[in-house]
Design a protein around this ligand. Sequence first.
Ligand code: PEP
Ligand code: MG
Length: 542
Amino acid sequence: MRSYKGKSVYKGIALGPVAVLTNKETLVKRCRIEDAETEIARLEEATEQARKQLQILYDKALREVGETNAAIFEVHQMMLEDEDYVDAIQNMIRTEQVNADYAVAVTGDNFSEMFANMEDEYMKARAADIKDISNRLVKNLKGQAEVDFSAMEPSIIVADDLSPSETVQMDKNKILAFATVHGSSNSHTAILARMMNIPALIGVSMDLQEIQTGTRAVVDGFQGEITFEPTEEVCEEAKRKIEEEQEKHRLMQTLKGKDTITLDGYRIHLYANIGSVSDVGHVLENDAEGIGLFRSEFLYLGKTTFPTEEEQFQAYKHVMQMMAGKKVIIRTLDIGADKQVDYFNLGREENPALGYRAIRICLKQPEIFKTQLRALLRAAVFGNLSIMYPMITSTEEVQKIHEILEEVIEELNQVQIPYEVPEQGVMVETPAAVMISDELAEMVDFFSIGTNDLTQYTLAIDRQNEKLDDFYKPHHRAVLKMIQIVVDNAHKHGKWAGICGELGADLEMTERFVEMGVDELSVAPSMVLKVRKRIRGIERDE
Ligand code: PEP
Ligand code: MG
């Protein structure tokens, strides 16, 4: 039995087998080989393995996200067979007498660069696909086959770190818990774990080389501990705690259908945060009144090209229909910082959190923004939609957004596609937005305070930096004063203000938010009933 401590980002208990995810950035070394034909036979074996993996991925995507979205895995299968690509790798092995891994990696880089330099947008986008296929082949050659989620029994994922796009692609039904060596509690991977109700530990100083896939483990999110090869006694204790949690969960269910209202009658709108269409089930299951933050950028992650207007429209429409008239606030894409996507070609930045992200990308590359706005306006016909814009720092940005929206309306009028212009708000997550919230309130319908970024920018603390976790204090008086300023300025102009950052779910703060006059809280689905219970126990001071 070996136990390691970590920081817990979601409190819960899990017991089960471990699946170790090895780092995908594997170093490929050039080695001189004697027998080219043996290398080529290894390559063929790895290709056959890739063919099977892609078929499994295609079938899964077809079932879960439909034919259009699944098509990418067919494209990958075709590329894998591409004669030029295969010939180039085999020639390199034969003429340069090098190992297959090296030949695949170099050929992949060359082809990918060639595609990236093409004029045609479709061909350009194939650069990322070639990279993906080559990485898959290299992994197979190195015997580092990725965890096959479709065949995997529910497991505890153990990894060095997980990016938001890796996390979003995982089959949530197969994950019992996460434990990672690195990561920060405020990262989007941590937020995803909370949204998925998954016990998760970060900063666990374990040696991945020593951990075998299949080993039994217990993750205790309350103690912040993972135990490999636990004794029977520890397993029994974990099972008892799991039952206790299930019992608490059952008791919480009695709050379903009840109002979110204080003892003296102050009503708060209690919504839930989501990152994908499949999260709507959790929203309904936990009886949230609506969706207060749909992080739409997750539709862009884990893909190799931009989602089309039609794909986005279908996703938003689906959410609207499932929510059947309840409020759905969709945030326009907040890509950049920790949410990186190859096909955006954002490049490396010294300070990504202070960099080219969110609304800045949308205003600089309005075509990307317009595609999303068209899809949103079309989906608004199907329910009670609101749009909100992230990372706002000036009234000029809001003005520019309004101009772009006018162009979109004009385009939709021309093609006579049905649409509605929904309620629009901004996220207040920069100190600049707080300081001009009096002016912004005149331009928008509501504010949603993003305390995750507001804390980062107010305290000058990179929320991704795991070394600074202890300095990241959303309870800081500066942050709380800012929340009060924003709420007061919204009310002065007859608008509402809510909180959609993680602080909104902090039960220690609920009473304070009620006193501040916060109108709405949007929290992880798993927190909805807990926050409702807390609010129903509050009696405001005179
Ligand atoms: C926030 O910053 O508080 C927020 C809700 O947005 P995100 O966490 O996605 O940056
Ligand atoms: Mg934010």
